[in-house]
Design a protein around this ligand. Structure first.
Ligand code: UMF
Length: 123
């Protein structure tokens, strides 16, 4: 079974892409299995090396949106792409808006290996 850390990497890690095209989210949301059964409404991809993302678990501690205490905010800005389902997009045609951003990100960490398990947001 896919672990929570593996799921985080499937859903959020894309270190090798630096410039994205308008069709990036449509292709990546499909390729990473986030358009199965329903179109996932919002998803962020991170274009930074995995070790740079994992160390966020040792950076500023913040409360997660769900009230849990295990979220951490990156001390530096990261290259990210937000994928947002367009209004009127109907499953199984998942049509996304692609937005490239540079922001501090917030992730949830768990202490198996103290690894990232959820993407909580960007600020
Ligand atoms: N999410 C993002 O990917 N980026 C955002 O800026 C905000 C939200 O919060 C529910 C889901 O929304 C998260 O799922 C995250 F993928 C997405 O499995 P996750 O990572 O907790």
């Amino acid at each position: 079974k896919e672990s929570q850390a593996e799921k985080f990497q499937r859903q959020h890690m894309d270190p090798d892409t630096s410039t994205v095209t308008a069709s990036y989210c449509n292709e990546m949301m499909k390729r990473r299995n986030m358009t199965v059964g329903q179109c996932k409404p919002v998803n962020t991809f991170i274009h930074e090396p995995l070790p740079d993302v994992q160390v966020i678990c040792f950076q500023g501690n913040v409360t997660c949106k769900n009230g849990k205490p295990n979220c951490h905010q990156s001390s530096s800005k990261m290259r990210i792409t937000d994928c947002r389902l367009k209004k009127g997009s109907k499953y199984p045609k998942c049509d996304y808006q692609t937005q490239q951003l540079q922001k501090s990100i917030i992730v949830a960490c768990e202490c198996v290996q103290y690894e990232t398990v959820d993407f909580d947001g960007s600020v």
